[in-house]
Design a protein around this ligand. Structure first.
Ligand code: PGA
Length: 251
């Protein structure tokens, strides 16, 4: 049985104090979410140390939104995987489309970052997804396949156990325009097939694949009811504890 996960991606939102309040509000009602749904919050670097204290001993796990592509050294402004571990972080998001688009995150860099993260004992939420032009040109399957091949095919079946995929169509992120449940399911099933062809049916079957892109309380239940959608990576709606939890309760 693969893991169900609902992860909040706070992006560059909240001050540290606001983030602590938000995390406390999530923790306060986390018990209402079915026990088999993993809860993760991905906060800005500045918040992680304080948040790990708020989340300690709770069911809510802590994630970063990125990590450096070097282990340590003269890389001003970067944050390494060992630094993330040292503040109690359990996960990092990698390859979010905003990082691919604005910060030159390439698949090659993602291989390096994923390796470092796994070696440090961090779980990885790897984002893939096509933009609007690619969708309209009917290239969405190819784009997702290439992103998966370029990054995940460099890892072993054993390493894949620490990786979660998030399918996030770029045209649905922060736009209010959600992929329909059928559109999302079609790609999720396709991604699982790509994994099955390379790693075998069991590995593919065990892989958690999240949907992200304008997921909210009103559409979560329909998305999560799809056989290959194992939860969500939630941006805007994760900034309100009640909305985030309502999405997680949609299971
Ligand atoms: P959104 O963002 O829910 O605000 O569309 C999702 C994401 O980018 O992870």
């Amino acid at each position: 049985m693969r893991k169900k996960i609902v992860a909040g991606n706070w992006k560059m939102n909240t001050t540290c104090q606001e983030g602590m309040e938000l995390a406390k509000a999530v923790v306060a009602k986390a018990g209402e979410v079915p026990a088999n749904v993993g809860l993760i919050v991905a906060a800005p670097f500045t918040h992680l140390c304080c948040l790990s204290e708020v989340l300690e001993g709770t069911r809510v796990e802590l994630s970063a939104q990125n990590c450096a592509d070097h282990a340590s050294g003269a890389y001003t402004g970067e944050v390494s995987v060992s630094m993330l571990k040292s503040v109690g972080c359990q996960w990092t998001i990698l390859g979010h489309s905003e990082r691919r688009q604005y910060y030159g995150e390439t698949d090659e860099k993602l291989v390096v970052k994923t390796k470092l993260a796994l070696e440090a004992g961090l779980g990885v939420i790897l984002c893939v997804g096509e933009n609007l032009d690619e969708r309209e040109a009917g290239k969405h399957f190819d784009i997702c396949k290439t992103q998966i091949e370029n990054v995940l095919f460099n890892f072993t079946a054993e390493e894949l156990k620490s990786i979660v995929i998030a399918y996030e169509p770029v045209w649905a992120i922060g736009t209010g325009k959600t992929a329909t449940a059928a559109q999302a399911e079609e790609i999720h099933a396709f991604i699982r097939k790509v994994l099955a062809d390379k790693f075998g049916a069991q590995v593919a079957d065990d892989m958690t694949i999240l949907y992200g892109g304008s997921c909210k309380p009103s559409n979560a239940a329909e998305l999560f009811a799809q056989p290959d959608i194992d939860g969500g990576l939630i941006g805007g709606a994760s900034l309100k504890a009640d909305d985030f939890l309502a999405i997680a309760k949609a299971y």
